[in-house]
Ligand binder design. Sequence first.
Ligand SMILES: NC(=O)c1ccc[n+]([C@@H]2O[C@H](COP(=O)([O-])OP(=O)(O)OC[C@H]3O[C@@H](n4cnc5c(N)ncnc54)[C@H](O)[C@@H]3O)[C@@H](O)[C@H]2O)c1
Length: 346
Amino acid sequence: MKLDLRNKTVLITGAAGFIGANLAKQLLITIPAIKIVGIDNMNDYYDVHLKESRLDELACFDNFTIINGTIADKMLIKNVFKEYKPEVVVNLAAQAGVRYSITNPEVYIESNIIGFFNVLEACRNSYIDGAKGVEHLVYASSSSVYGSNKKVPYSTKDKVDNPVSLYAATKKSNELMAHAYSKLYKIPSTGLRFFTVYGPAGRPDMAYFSFTNKIVKGDKIQIFNYGDMKRDFTYIDDIVTGLINVVQKTPEATEDGVPYHIYNIGNHSPESLMYFVETLEKCLMSEGIIDKPVEKELLPMQPGDVYQTYADVDELVEDFGFKPGTSLEEGLSRFVKWYRGYNKNN
Ligand SMILES: NC(=O)c1ccc[n+]([C@@H]2O[C@H](COP(=O)([O-])OP(=O)(O)OC[C@H]3O[C@@H](n4cnc5c(N)ncnc54)[C@H](O)[C@@H]3O)[C@@H](O)[C@H]2O)c1
């Protein structure tokens, strides 16, 4: 069903994050009289200044409010729902990163499992006393749920019971928890499996950003599985367009009467790791940031990593007439242009 966001309050968790801040900004620009309430715990998994600078950009909108706190705090979430009564909830707050989940597992349980549970409970309680409550819950899942599945492209109809990292296991758990709550309490919920999102002011822990930092310093870069990996790189603007489309349409009930759906959002165009590095170097050379390619150290596969990601986006096209389309060349060029200014100021 179509959902008109005008005059609605949208709660975005992880609003200072890469995807959250871009989503908030686009909603504030394009939807008249929308109110956005953001929650973020501003953790230092990566440079907090980057999160602050994203929030600075949002601060100029009168109808944007940010709350500093964790979704793992049940009372905080309860109070936020009580005070702001969001009609739409977009849960993007999570501990991201596959490799970090090997060394820091606790934080994944706290933010991704307990935090998400608190959000689900608050959605459930929003209907008490006949209140209209939450009309749509949209939450971030991940391509990592596909683990080492061999069949490509990855379809939401594929079996995803073999996660290869705790991060992936928490994301799959979110999908299961959302299904149970949608079934029991009729919360309309849509999960989105994002595929390697990149772009300006993105995440410094991700390869495109950390490689750039190293290349600029003249350090050698480490390439795992000897470069034999593929990623379906998806540009941030495509993710935001996809998210806005999805948020504005609540899912049809399944045959079992559950208002629940899951979509892939990816570029449907996996690129090899080596091609990605070469393209990044070309962009950095054409901006005059480096004058020659850097040394590469080829290493074996890392635990928790997968060989490839490749999104089947047929359902997204069918239901929304949209699929991501920004090429890697174009997206990396825009990232490098942004990086140039960022690097100068830092
Ligand atoms: N970027 C990608 O390639 C990608 C791919 C697949 C899935 N995802 C998922 O999309 C969502 C957004 O990712 P992103 O790339 O914007 O990451 P991000 O780390 O930039 O954003 C997440 C934000 O959530 C906040 N946060 C973390 N734990 C929190 C907590 N307990 N309470 C409140 N805030 C908390 C962080 O401070 C951060 O600002 C995440 O759920 C992530 O797992 C991202």
